[in-house]
Design a binder for this molecule. Sequence first.
Ligand code: ZN
Length: 717
Amino acid sequence: MPAAAFAKTPPMPETPARLDNRSDTPPIAPADNPLLLEDWTGGVPPFSRIRAEHFLPAYAQALAEHAAEIAAIAAEPEPPTFANTIAALELSGRTLERIDNVFSLLAGANTDDVVQEIERVISPQLARHWSQINTNAALFRRIDAVKATAEHIGLNAEQKRVIERYHARFRRAGAALDGKAKGRLAEIMERLAALGTAFSQNILADEQAFVLRLEGEAELAGLPDFIRESLQSEAAERGIDGYVLTLSRSTVEPFLQFSDRRDLREKVFRGFVMRGDSNGSTDNKAIVAEMAGLRAERARLLGYVDFAHYRLDDAMAKTPAAVRDLLGAVWRPARLSALTDRDAMQALLQEDGGNFKLEPWDWRYYAEKLRRRVCDFDETAIKPYLSLDRMIEAAFYTAGRLFGLNFTPRPDVAVWHPDVRAWQVSGSDGKEIGLFFGDYFARGSKRSGAWMTSIREQRKLGGDLTPLVVNVCNFAKAPGGEATLLSFEDARTLFHEFGHALHGLLSSVTYPMIAGTNVAVDFVELPSQLFEHWLQQPELLQRFALHYQTGAPMPEQLLTRLIAARNFNKGFAALEYIACAETDLDLHALPPPHPGDPPLDARAFETASLERIGMPAEIVMRHRLPHFAHLFSGDGYAAGYYSYMWSEVLDADAFAAFEETGDIFDSATAKRLRECVYAAGGRQDPAEAYKAFRGRLPTADALLRKRGFAAPAAAVK
Ligand SMILES: [Zn+2]
């Protein structure tokens, strides 16, 4: 999952604050509020003294303070300079940042009803606050003036980059537009937000309307215990005795994989792919059409030919053509691989006595049968070798070998929950680099998923500050002090989030705007996905994948089977993903509609996109347009769904740089990686940063090998 900084919850509708009525404590006067009273800038927040009730008054004061600082910068009588404009912006809002970082951490990792209510109150206020700053015309005139003289006033490269980033941020928000255009843009943004909410609610309504009751062993045939248990708890939640299937992906996919009942698979499949496409009151196709039109208009107002160009101009990919090249390079071999799998499944179903053509609702079922035949292994055999403590050690060891880091436990440091552990991180010269917090166990007060966040980001401006970096995971804690055992997927998650953590910890820049993970969206997963590669190396596993009771290393055959299973059915996964990325780009390449044009038909549009790329009939897009929440529930991934694969190209190619030396810890390569990627934040354009590390831009070759498309993976006997 991306770093939390990039996955902030979209602003929710404002609700009246009812905190004072709900709380037993009287309203907190600022004089008693540790969030305002104590400045922990150089230390750790006083978690034990912070209560939820402290946040709203602290936010109120911090927002007002920041707004006053911004007003003063915009109204500065002296001519604009780097110091009185850019550096002043970088130094502003420190109280807000300090409070917001702590609140975001707790809202994700240690929340309750009161915290959630504060979130509903504060998120629209924050959204408005930032939008007012980023569209402030007087401020933008000053930034523009500093940018115009940047070449002649003796600034260093980092300062020039920070000016560029500020300029882009304001320009892309519409700060440069005249009053009329700015007014239209604000209307568009408001309408898009309302449509996004309606889109999500329609999907939810369709999902809630579908309830399939399964009765008797005949309807449960083929389902393993873990699925039966989740269907039972779905039923219990509805006060029904027995088994109920709903339309969440985490239920539908395993059902399609295991259910022997072809008729039920078809029923569930159709319900799932038709969400938002019912032609009834919850249909999303008109919303899709209107949002595409509004985005096209927004892009034109901001001076771009279409929304895809607007989005990609600020990403590493830069142009839709560059993204299409990558998607095309993977599509061709992935399609061949998927067609080969399809034929093998068709043969298998006939061997089993089936007398029908493989359909989309059969794919996962026969893929599972084929997987068991080709590379059988049992996940439960792996777990005893992957204890949480050993995997943390393995991550620290890798960081030590690559970057010379040392991790010392700091049980004395204040934390927000007794399960949280803290380590002091120091370099090979003994110099303190920062603090790392691991919050690994699932609990009711924590959101699902895994992420990295910062209590404080690294910066040098206004005095050296070392980072305080957090990893949050949701591993099931073993009872009674037993060793907590991870699945391989869990261990991969631990390495992934730790890679993000290193991006925050190793950051070494002056300006906060470009520190750590503040990089382009299609670059931010490089440090995390790259770090995962070390986990899968025999050298690491032999050393750390030790049986939690006997200490014996993981048998090699088990490891080989594990890796083979991970590469299985990769053609299918690539196709259902790329079809979405291509359709996303097609839709966001449309011009704004002319008045009087017939409205876009989202279903016909999707069909045409799929025909263009040659999508096999047996595979359906992972997200069809009428329920493609990445694109329409918010703005984040519109014309950006490609970025998952873009990052994967980078991480595969970057790891190949180590493999090519014959040493996965090669010190010269590691030194370049640290300087150009992990320490560099957004100091450079991402493509330049990558070239500085690798000596060239990435190619898809390593990705094709990693996904098993370069040469057919040999079956494991
Ligand atoms: Zn991530």
